[in-house]
Design a protein around this ligand. Structure first.
Ligand code: 13P
Length: 251
């Protein structure tokens, strides 16, 4: 039985004061829902504050990227050692990083491998563009992202990986992917490569989220699908809607 995991990707939102306000609005209700792993993936500047606010809580704290080296001359990057002081989760390879910051499947693989070695749960994002979708290339594109992103990952650590299927055309558009379609894509383009790489048993223990215009109204339709174990939530994670999404995962 896979424990549902719902993560809020705050993206580039919230000053420290605003983050504190949001955590105070959300954490009381989320605290009561222990059957779901809820996580706030916050900007680096909010890490210290948010992790201290949630110190006694089961709500997890995460970041939105990490570098693959422990230290070094990598201006503007942040190392897993720095992150580990505050957080246990890291989003890796989000489509916005791939599109705007040159992230590739190879750098995703390096970041993911480092996260696992440091005991940080990587939430690895995969997904197709609208054009790839319309050309019927979705399964092929995601399978490739999976194969390169998970290359040479130690099997003994792989159970900690979380995969997020985020169709790029569904992110921030209100055009959520049909839940049954998302489930089928996950089966073919995510579970199949996972099985090929890690074997059947391990592949079935790995959690897969859906992300892209998830809100309190549609979340349950995703969570009732066989292959969807949670959500990676953008816009709706910045408001009380996030509580409804976590409640839907607990149902
Ligand atoms: P939205 O929920 O705003 O569509 O964003 C999804 C996302 O990119 C989460 O990582």
């Amino acid at each position: 039985m896979r424990k549902p995991i719902v993560a809020g990707n705050w993206k580039m939102h919230k000053t420290v004061a605003e983050a504190e306000e949001l955590v105070n609005v959300l954490s009381g209700d989320l605290e009561k829902i222990t059957s779901v792993e809820s996580v706030f993936c916050v900007p680096f500047t909010c890490l210290s504050k948010v992790s201290s606010l949630l110190k006694e809580s089961h709500i997890g704290v995460g970041v939105q990227n990490i570098h693959w080296a422990d230290y070094g001359a990598f201006t503007g990057e942040i190392s897993p050692l720095m992150v580990k002081e505050f957080a246990n989760y890291a989003i890796i390879g989000h489509s916005e990083r791939r599109t705007f910051f040159g992230e590739t499947d190879i750098t995703v693989n390096k970041r993911l491998s480092t996260a696992l070695k440091h005991g940080i749960v990587p939430i690895m994002c995969v997904g197709e563009t609208l054009e790839e979708n319309q050309k019927g290339n979705t399964v092929e594109v995601i399978t490739h992202q999976m194969e390169i992103g998970l290359r040479e990952i130690e099997k003994s650590l792989a159970g900690n990986i979380v995969i997020a299927y985020e169709p790029i055309w569904a992110i921030g558009t209100g055009l959520a992917c049909d839940p049954t379609t998302a489930n089928n894509i996950i089966l073919q383009a995510i579970r199949k490569p996972l099985e090929k790489i890690f074997g059947l048993e391990l592949s079935q223990s790995i959690r897969v989220q859906y992300g892209g215009s998830v809100n309190g109204g549609n979340a349950y339709d995703y969570f009732s699908q066989s292959e969807i174990d949670g959500a990676l939530v953008g816009g709706a994670s910045l408001k009380s809607d996030f509580i409804d999404i976590v409640k839907a995962a607990a149902k």
